[in-house]
Design a protein around this ligand. Sequence first.
Ligand SMILES: C[S@@+](CC[C@H](N)C(=O)[O-])C[C@H]1O[C@@H](n2cnc3c(N)ncnc32)[C@H](O)[C@@H]1O
Length: 331
Amino acid sequence: MPDSQRRKPATRKAATPKRLDQRSAPSSRYRLQKSIPDPHSLIPALAPDEIARLKEQLEMAFAAQAEGPRPEARPFLKWVGGKSSLLPQLDELFPKEIDRYFEPFLGGGAVFFHLKHRSPRLRAYLRDSNRELINCYRVVRDRPVELMLLLDHHARLFREEGADYFYAIRKQHDLTDDLARAARTIFLNKTCFNGLWRVNAKGEFNTPVGSSKNPGLYDRDNLLACSLALRDAQLEAEDFRQAVAEARRGDFIYFDPPYLPISAFSDFKRYTADQFREADQIELAQAFRELDAKGCRLAFSNSEHPRTRELYAGFAMHVSVRHPATTWNKV
Ligand SMILES: C[S@@+](CC[C@H](N)C(=O)[O-])C[C@H]1O[C@@H](n2cnc3c(N)ncnc32)[C@H](O)[C@@H]1O
């Protein structure tokens, strides 16, 4: 049965995105704009010398941060299941020394950014099956300054045009330029309902617009810190089954997959077009045991459920009090 039928209004009323169906069609100005061939043509409101001046300012800030003591980067996206609030507890369960770090379900990257700050020499192998997400990380790593200029442009037009602009950008599913795709992903993430990354069966983003009229799309210093933290990270859009193939004895791997639903209405699994099913949870638990047998150091978070307890039986289990996450580890 489709999820939409399974959810009952009595319990999910607040999350029902009615505005999606009720929206009038975006204005024709946007309907004509099918794709963005050249990201720089997106900044028509700025004169070329203004762009050059802004670029110079950002590059100076970037150079200053690269040389000075680095602040801890925080996730630049809102991500369902983000682990920022759990970091102090997770830290206790993680190894003190990490050389090679694998994170196959990267999401908002809270754990990676934290560990990279703690162990700057750590080599990171970051993976997620969401291609738009991984592209976004690559652009943050490689082209932060241009990305910020494009985001400023999106922010300006969103303030002027509101929801029409959101829906015009949302339907640009066919963008091919990496920079434009990354700016679109961040823009949609920060302006959509609750930062929820939800896609239809074709993999097209379909979360409705959120309520904020003037959301901050990025924090300059933080985006620069993220870019620096990612500088030597290896990023691939991959399924978890491939993601850990290279792991060897002594590597640390943190798994934070979509949770096994604890209620029939749970939306945790709806990150990508391919939902994360129970069969995936079972394969993941098998992979976890194989990696353990190889001598990898491991941690895994999920919901506290009889099935997860069964799948990870034999590993140390740590229930988090204030957050609906339980972590199993062997480090
Ligand atoms: C719980 S989130 C990770 C949250 C992350 N730890 C954070 O702090 O933001 C789960 C992630 O798994 C990804 N994912 C879903 N199915 C996957 C699969 N089969 N292989 C790899 N990644 C997958 C989703 O795109 C999502 O970003």
